[in-house]
Write a protein that binds this ligand. Structure first.
Ligand code: ADE
Ligand code: ZN
Length: 386
């Protein structure tokens, strides 16, 4: 049978979706149609079905060991790990740098446009299966161009999967290009200029990689230029760095969101300002525990951040490395910190309001969330605060 390339890609995207999600042609929101909705009574079930946005997700951090081995093999590349299991065993991190060393090594299997397509398509299938309705996705082009991969190869592969998912998975997406802060601002500017012809596909500019010894102010000129060009600006700050790093990012980079930001809580004045301006913080609890920002989930400051009135969102950062996607982040944080259904809905609400979507699209998603909250029965023991 002859099928078009488009039909092939669509069937590829749909092949692992659970039954209720395949009904993407249905015009009703998935959660509003009883035929598509399982009885969701536990907190984990409530989280699984809840519409949400993901705003802090590195596409290279979704490279599951199985796919890494498969792509490495088809590209004839040697890896330090003979199979997926031994790679997983190596994912035992002391800190951010020990993770980044492995992350950049694993990323080196990505060579061809189809590698970037397959990586992105796999994440989008997973996101749709977790009721992520909107995803703002980071990519790290310098980690590829430094290996001789053309920017065009990277962005065409990623964008191809995003376009197919928008059509077939009923999910909206935006792309944020991150600048690697362990490299120089000159190299970042060079990357930025190379990316400009592709700006129709790029919503935002971010800043990631090693925070220690690479303060935000090193990238002031680049962010100034990106601001003038009209990009959404975000930056990792307050992950390993302290409150001064968050303060500096806010004061020098004109950012409208802070990625991580958990160390802002060391500075009461900074917290007051973040609350007053409702600057969103994209918090990633499993990442913070695996990179030893907090000794355990029970010691994470997420709940205190919410109690202070900060605009916190929950995200998965690099889920292939940190033991879970966005729903696992919600579930493990809820269990360890005693988050209540009202907290979970607040986090999901924040994820939409903190997104870069337009007002109308935000409102549609917020309405979907509101309906879900009203219509989803919870076991009485879980129902205390709704
Ligand atoms: N790149 C990928 N994941 C990151 C993280 N958690 N912090 C900084 N840079 C990253
Ligand atoms: Zn990150």
């Amino acid at each position: 049978m002859n099928i078009s390339a488009q039909e092939y890609r669509t069937s590829f995207l749909l092949r692992t979706l659970p039954a209720e999600c395949k009904a993407v042609s249905c015009s009703m929101p998935r959660h509003a149609n009883p035929k598509h909705t399982a009885a969701m009574t536990t907190l984990a079930g409530f989280i699984a079905g809840m519409p949400k946005a993901e705003l802090h997700l590195h596409i290279e951090g979704t490279l599951e060991p199985e796919l890494m081995i498969e792509i490495g093999r088809r590209n004839g590349l040697e890896l330090p790990w003979p199979d997926a299991e031994s790679a997983r065993r190596a994912y035992n991190f002391r800190d951010l740098q020990s993770f980044l060393d492995i992350y950049y090594r694993a990323t080196s299997v990505l060579v061809h446009e189809e590698d970037f397509y397959d990586l992105t398509a796999a994440y989008l299938r997973k996101a749709a299966s977790q009721n992520v309705r909107h995803a703002e996705i980071f990519f790290d082009p310098q980690s590829h161009t430094a290996r001789g991969i053309a920017f065009e190869t990277v962005i065409r592969g990623i964008e191809g999967a995003l376009q197919d998912a928008r059509r077939s998975l009923n999910l909206s997406t935006k792309l944020i290009m991150c600048i690697l802060r362990h490299l120089s601002e000159r190299e970042g500017l060079e990357m930025f200029r190379q990316a400009l012809p592709w700006r129709r596909w790029i919503t935002g500019i971010g800043l990631d990689s090693a925070e220690r010894d690479n303060p935000p102010s090193r990238f002031r000129n680049l962010f100034e230029l990106a601001h003038r060009e009209g990009f959404l600006l975000v930056a990792h700050a307050g992950e390993e760095g302290g409150a001064p790093s968050v303060r500096e990012a806010l004061d020098t980079l004109q950012i409208s969101r802070i990625d991580h930001g958990v160390h802002c809580m060391e500075d009461d004045g900074l917290v007051a300002e973040l609350v007053r301006r409702q600057i969103p913080l994209t918090v990633c609890p499993l990442s913070n525990v695996r990179l030893r920002v907090f000794p355990s989930m029970r010691e994470h400051n997420l709940k205190r951040m919410l109690q202070r009135g900060l605009c916190v969102t929950l995200n998965s950062d690099d889920p292939a490395y940190f033991g879970g996607y966005v729903n696992e982040n919600y579930t493990e944080a809820a269990e360890a910190l005693g988050l209540l259904p009202g907290d979970l809905v607040q986090l999901a609400r924040n994820s939409f309001t903190a997104s870069s979507l337009g007002t109308l699209q935000k409102q549609l998603y917020l309405n979907e969330l509101r309906r879900y909250d009203i219509e989803t029965p919870l076991q009485p023991s879980e129902n205390r605060t709704r």
